[in-house]
Design a binder for this molecule. Structure first.
Ligand code: G
Ligand code: G
Ligand code: MN
Ligand code: NA
Length: 255
């Protein structure tokens, strides 16, 4: 398989690069988080998205190396951003697969991993999906809860994509819930989607969880979300993922 050899090469040839996409506060317009999204700049085939190479990376057992590479690039970004005493230091959201959660980190988990890369706890949010929780079972759930107790911030990603169970919101004190773009897309014409959004806004609000709407592409979607009380949004309308070195949000620029 040609791609396997190419992917191994990509690791050492700097072809795997972290892009950053802003999560914006819809009330103030400020960038609240930057999500790290991995891209493969293939020399012949151009930009390849994670869905096309992360499953392969899992199969051939190099997710650990890929996770390290993401951490290296994120810590470079955080170090270059601004002095640590800045009033609103940039925070980076990092996606974590089940494999990374279960095997990657050794005994000290995310806390130890952050320390290893010199990343302060309050600069990073880890994103895990409902699917990861479902597949990981009670072991992973209690691991995530222990990390949160130690001060790690966690977001529940892809909320509303089919395995939605509101019960994990009650058991795990997430800082953020990320409502999937597929729900956002249905808002303008679909009453059940609106009812679902309303319920999620009420539930996250009473649990003290911040809600981020993902995949926001139109002003109509943004305005509807803001009027409904969804505070945070991410999507092409607010800003696309861009290579970390071109990320002007880092210097405090408006999106
Ligand atoms: O960028 P894109 O929308 O194609 O990303 C699709 C998915 O790939 C993300 O939702 C996320 O789950 C996964 N992903 C992107 N970057 C990373 C990464 O650095 N690590 C892991 N584990 N997953 C990632
Ligand atoms: O972690 P997660 O799988 O939720 O990653 C979000 C994905 O959504 C990224 O791969 C990113 O490239 C993609 N994305 C970001 N903004 C938009 C958007 O406005 N519309 C759509 N369709 N996808 C988006
Ligand atoms: Mn994500
Ligand atoms: Na998502």
């Amino acid at each position: 398989h040609r791609r396997i050899a190419e992917l191994r090469n990509a690791l050492s040839n700097r072809q795997l690069q972290v892009y950053l996409q802003p999560v914006v506060d819809l009330l103030s317009g400020e960038t609240r988080l930057l999500e790290a999204l991995l891209r493969w700049q293939h020399p012949d085939d151009g930009l390849i998205l994670p869905a096309q190479f992360l499953p392969l990376a899992e199969d051939i057992g190099i997710m650990g190396e890929i996770g390290d590479l993401v951490f290296e690039q994120v810590s470079a970004v955080v170090g270059a951003a601004e002095p640590s005493h800045a009033e609103n230091p940039v925070r980076i959201a990092i996606n974590q697969s089940l494999r990374e959660l279960c095997h990657g980190r050794g005994e000290r988990g995310w806390v130890g991993y952050l320390e290893e890369y010199g990343l302060p706890l309050d600069r990073v949010v880890f994103e895990i999906t409902e699917r990861t929780l479902l597949e990981g079972g009670t072991m992973v759930e209690s691991q995530v809860c222990r990390e949160i107790e130690q001060g790690v911030s966690v977001a529940l990603d892809d909320f509303g994509t089919g395995q939605s169970s509101m019960t994990c919101l009650e058991r795990i004190p997430f800082e953020y819930v990320k409502l999937d773009g597929s729900v956002v897309r249905r808002l303008p014409h679909d009453r059940p989607a609106r009812a679902f959004l309303e319920a999620v806004i009420v539930l996250t609000g009473s649990l003290g969880i911040r809600l981020i709407a993902e995949g926001v592409e139109t002003e109509a979607e943004r305005d509807y979300l803001r009027a409904s009380g969804c505070r945070f949004a991410q999507g092409f309308l607010l800003g696309p993922p861009v290579p970390a070195e071109f990320c002007r949000y880092l210097s405090g620029g408006a999106p």
